[in-house]
Design a protein around this ligand. Sequence first.
Ligand code: PHE
Length: 332
Amino acid sequence: MIEDIRRCTDEARERVAGAQTVDSVRAVESDALGKRGTLSGFKKRLGTLSEAERREVGRELNDAMAAVRAAVEARRAELEAGERRARLRGERVDLTEVRPGRDAGHLHLVTQVIEELEDVFVGLGFTVAEGPEVEDDWHNFTALNFGEHHPAREMQDTFFVGLGSPREVVMRTHTSPVQIRVMEQQAPPIYSVMPGRVYRNEATDATHLAVFHQLECLVVDRGITFGHLAGTIDMFTKAFFGAGFSSRLRPSYFPFTEPSAEFDIQRPDGSWLELGGSGMVHPNVLRNCGIDPEEWSGFAFGFGLDRLAATRHGVGDLRELASTDIRFLEQF
Ligand code: PHE
């Protein structure tokens, strides 16, 4: 009987080794070890043997069944890993694949405007800088010469990050803190533009967003005058909007510029669009960044991009710009 057991065992192990699928491994398993399996069959016949023989054959049979079971498990694991690899290979999706005839998507309208403006300013010799959207009080307010009790620090304008008091961390309310970061990191001369997302604690409606975009421009060099400010605004207006557009400045107030001015753009039909704020960088701001105002002077301006993009493309409701409605987005 021992001869027979060994023959069956060898045969089962050979079939396991040659099995090419998990299913054929399972077939060998049931043929050898299943209820009606060849090896299981010997168990029933043990009862016909003498006690001494039964002990010897029984041990042989147990070893044989354990060996076949181990071979089955090892081969099954091998084949399962191979099948898994093949399935993953088959299911792989190439997310960079360009599918001809299908719209591959495009940049958002506001992103397009940012890139266009960057091109205009890079063409004028400016660099592009960025800063964090979560700012500290120093960069968003204090270094920009906001007095301790300036109303813009109050709750109605600013989203504070809930880190307890004092309320030192804010969602930046404008891109002007990037001016501070640039001046802290770099000695003049500075010619930079700084686009980015900004946050105001305001109710949203067709003409106001709580999350919107600005572009800031900063120049610091020797002998910079208000004439350079007016000239740069006019050059960028014509380069971005076209030759038929012009600009004007109106006196205004910002804590970080002195003198300060609002600037408007005149469309070819004669109508005006209020665009943003501007002015000569306040000496306190230069000093806060370690720049000597006796040696250097500068100008800065900043304006909202969402309203500009909306006006240019006839979008009546600014909230559309923040929507994910593909029928709206597809138009641009
Ligand atoms: N930061 C100002 C605002 O958000 C705009 C501004 C920028 C004014 C630069 C002057 C100089 O309204």
